[in-house]
Write a protein that binds this ligand. Structure first.
Ligand code: 5GP
Ligand code: ZN
Length: 133
């Protein structure tokens, strides 16, 4: 949790971070921490999840630091579209287009978001139950 002090006021700024070096995914994107990169372009990096929940579990991460999907703005619409198109392309590349796959954005605590830099999960390679746990 992060705080800013304004006179006598201490404000919680929650998932907003001031120093991107504190963000795990910013650090992976910057190359400080190794990730198994499966796709890279000007806007996105896709890495294998360190704790895979399916035979294919990839995280599609924008280079731009955006903490949660609550923080998306209209100017990010193209970026989010490109995240889904990257997911579909990776699913196709791995032979899952027709079998099926799942894409998930977790947002905040009750959804289990643990890294506060938006990422689209791509899961494939097994029957995925519904409703999710
Ligand atoms: P969230 O719970 O925020 O939706 O998803 C975060 C994901 O990041 C989790 O599935 C978790 O396994 C993955 N993760 C956490 N730390 C690392 C890491 O250092 N490297 C990689 N590749 N994935 C990570
Ligand atoms: Zn970040």
């Amino acid at each position: 949790m992060h705080w800013i002090r304004l006179g006598n006021w201490e404000l919680e700024v929650g998932s907003y971070i001031r120093d991107m070096s504190e963000c795990l995914f910013c650090r992976i994107i910057a190359g400080d921490i190794k990730g198994a990169v499966v796709h890279e372009d000007n806007d996105l990096v896709a890495i294998k999840d360190i704790n895979p929940q399916a035979p294919l579990h990839v995280l599609i991460i924008p280079r731009q630091h955006i903490a949660t999907i609550n923080d998306l703005r209209a100017e990010n619409d193209g970026l989010v579209g490109s995240m889904f198109r990257a997911a579909a392309a990776l699913a196709k590349q791995h032979g899952y287009s027709e079998r099926g796959y799942r894409t998930v954005f977790n947002c905040n605590r009750e959804a289990g978001q643990s890294v506060f830099h938006i990422h689209l999960h791509l899961l494939a390679g097994r029957t995925l139950n519904w409703p999710p746990g």
